[in-house]
Design a protein around this ligand. Structure first.
Ligand code: UDP
Ligand code: MG
Length: 139
């Protein structure tokens, strides 16, 4: 059975463009509850750890410097079928391929600076949420 939690970040491009509020509004209107939230910043090293699964990919170094270039908003979200429903809400990785009305279609500026992260599985939602929040911070 699908889990009811996912993890997201509002990435530096969207924070810098002043889109935190608009993105959170879309998340809440789609039926997700925010159960943990943190405005913070990743060092290059922490970004590298978060995206370690991509370390052999050609975009890895650029991705890590981009993700550490400014503040982010990390959140744990709750909803039935959270992982799949949130991936549908954000749209494809490349905003040029993202469906109309998705967060990435509306706010992303490139395949790298694509406004938001969304976990791709229940296991990764757990791992990624724990990367930012201790047990006591998870409601
Ligand atoms: N990314 C990139 N170039 C690519 C593919 C991905 O810069 O060709 C970045 C982009 O910010 C993306 C992140 O790396 O969100 C992680 O890639 P993944 O394939 O996991 O995409 P996602 O799960 O975020 O849609
Ligand atoms: Mg991914």
């Amino acid at each position: 059975m699908a889990g009811n939690k996912t993890f997201t970040m509002i990435k530096p491009d969207a924070v810098g463009a002043g889109n935190i509020g608009a993105i959170i509004k879309m998340i809440e209107e789609a039926g997700f509850s925010i159960i943990s939230m943190k405005y913070t910043r990743l060092s290059g090293e922490r970004a590298g750890q978060f995206y370690a699964v991509h370390r052999e990919r050609p975009f890895y170094e650029d991705l890590c410097s981009y993700m550490s270039s400014g503040p982010i908003v990390a959140m744990i979200l709750e909803k039935d079928n959270a992982v799949e429903d949130f991936r549908n809400l954000i749209g494809a990785t490349n905003p040029a391929e993202a469906a109309e009305g998705t967060i990435r279609k509306l706010f992303a500026t490139s395949i790298e600076a694509n406004a938001v992260h969304g976990s791709d599985s229940d296991d990764n939602a757990q791992i990624e949420g724990s990367f930012f929040f201790s047990e006591i911070e998870k409601f």
